[in-house]
Ligand binder design. Structure first.
Ligand SMILES: O=P(O)(O)OC[C@H]1O[C@](O)(COP(=O)(O)O)[C@@H](O)[C@@H]1O
Ligand SMILES: [Mg+2]
Ligand SMILES: [Mg+2]
Length: 319
C-alpha cells in the first residue's frame, strides 16, 4: 500500500500543489491527535466568541483554524487562505501560486458529544504579483485544482481528488502517515438512503416537502421502494457515507431565515464536496444549478445543497 506522499509523487499534481496538500494533511494529523485528547486537553466547549457567520465558536473551531492558518502561511506555495472562522481572506506568500479555502472543523455541534467531525478544503491555482484579495478566490468550483476532507472518526481518513477521480487514505497512527486504502471511488446512480434534517420539514418549499414525503411513503407510495434515513449532523460524515455506500444528502433552502439561500457555505463546504461527488460519478446541485458552475459572490456565501446518487438527484430536482 502506498503512502500519500508516494501517491502524490506519482500523480500529475504539480510539486507546489503537492506541498499545499502535504502541509494541509499533516496539520490535520495534528488536529486528529488534539481531538483524541478531548477534555483531557481542555479543548471541548465554547470559545466564547461568534464567527462572521454569527455562530458561536467552539474552542476546537478556533484551535483547528489557528493550526491550519499558521502552517499554511508558512508554506511557500500558499498565496492566501480563507476560512469559515476568518472574517476576511488572509494573504500569505505573494509569490505563492495556490489559494486554499477551508472549514477547519465541520460538524462543530458533534464535538462535545464525541461524534464525527472533519476538516474540508478546496484549492485553486492562482498566480499574480499582487497581494491576494477576496476577488481572487471567487472562481467557479469547476476550477478547483484539488478538494478533499479529513474525517475524524473511529479511524482518521483522508478523501482526496486532484481531478483524476477520488482516492481514500487511512491514517496509520504508528507511522503518522496517510496510507492509500481505496482508489477509484464510484457512487451508485440509484439509492434507497437519504440524509436531511427532518426537523426543518415545515420550513422547506412545498416541492421539497413532496419529494421527502414520497421517500418516506416508501413501497406503498409513488416511489414503490422503501428508503432508509441517516443524519450525522456533520456534512463530512454524511458525504463520506455516500462515497462509501451511496445515497443522497440534502440541506435545502428553508424559510427559517428566508434571507439565507441555504445553511452550507459554497467555498469550503459545497464546492469541495461537489468536486468529490462528481469525480465519483454523482451529482451536486442547488435547486436551480450545478454547484460547480456557480459564480461565487463572496467568501462566506451560502447555498442550498442536493448531492449524491446521480439518478436520485435528478429525481429530487424533478420535483
Ligand atoms: O444542525 P443541523 O441543522 O443538523 O446542521 C448540520 C450541518 O451543519 C454543519 O455542521 C455546518 O458546518 P460547521 O459545523 O462547520 O459550521 C454541517 O456539517 C452539517 O451538515
Ligand atoms: Mg462545516
Ligand atoms: Mg466548521
Amino acid at each position: 500500500m502506498q503512502t500519500l506522499a508516494q501517491v502524490l509523487k506519482a500523480s500529475n499534481a504539480p510539486a507546489a500543489l503537492q506541498d499545499v496538500l502535504t502541509t494541509t494533511t499533516n496539520t490535520c494529523i495534528d488536529i486528529c491527535e488534539a481531538l483524541h485528547k478531548g477534555s483531557l486537553a481542555g479543548i471541548l466547549g465554547v470559545a466564547g466568541n461568534e464567527n462572521v457567520q454569527g455562530e458561536e465558536q467552539k474552542k476546537l473551531d478556533v484551535i483547528s483554524n489557528d493550526m491550519l492558518k499558521s502552517d499554511l502561511m508558512n508554506c511557500p506555495a500558499v498565496r492566501a487562505v480563507a476560512s469559515e472562522e476568518e472574517d476576511d481572506i488572509v494573504p500569505a506568500n505573494t509569490d505563492g501560486e495556490y489559494l486554499i479555502a477551508f472549514d477547519p472543523l465541520d460538524g462543530s455541534s458533534n464535538i462535545d458529544i464525541n461524534a464525527m467531525v472533519g476538516t474540508i478544503f478546496s484549492i485553486y491555482h492562482d498566480q499574480s504579483t499582487q497581494p491576494a484579495t477576496e476577488a481572487d478566490f471567487l472562481k467557479p468550483g469547476s476550477e478547483q485544482a484539488a478538494a478533499g476532507y479529513v474525517l475524524y472518526g473511529p479511524s482518521c481518513m483522508l478523501v482526496l481528488s486532484t481531478g483524476e477521480g477520488v482516492n481514500m487514505f487511512t491514517l496509520d497512527p504508528e507511522k503518522g502517515e496517510f496510507v492509500e486504502t481505496q482508489t477509484g471511488i464510484a457512487v451508485a446512480k440509484d439509492t434507497q438512503e437519504f440524509a436531511i434534517n427532518m426537523s426543518n420539514q415545515r420550513f422547506w418549499s412545498s416541492n421539497m416537502q413532496s419529494y421527502v414525503e414520497d421517500l418516506v411513503a416508501g413501497k406503498e407510495g409513488p416511489r414503490e421502494k422503501n428508503f432508509n434515513m441517516r443524519w450525522v449532523a456533520a456534512m463530512v460524515g454524511d458525504v463520506h457515507r455516500i462515497l462509501c455506500r451511496g445515497g443522497i444528502f440534502m440541506y435545502p433552502w428553508d424559510s427559517k431565515d428566508p434571507s439565507k439561500p441555504g445553511k452550507l457555505r459554497l467555498m469550503y463546504e459545497a464546492n469541495p464536496m461537489a468536486m468529490l461527488v462528481e469525480q465519483s460519478g454523482g451529482k451536486a446541485h442547488t435547486h436551480t444549478q450545478r454547484i460547480l458552475d456557480i459564480q461565487p459572490e463572496g467568501i462566506h456565501q451560502r447555498v442550498p445543497v442536493i448531492l449524491g446518487a446521480a439518478n436520485e438527484v435528478d429525481k429530487c430536482l424533478s420535483y
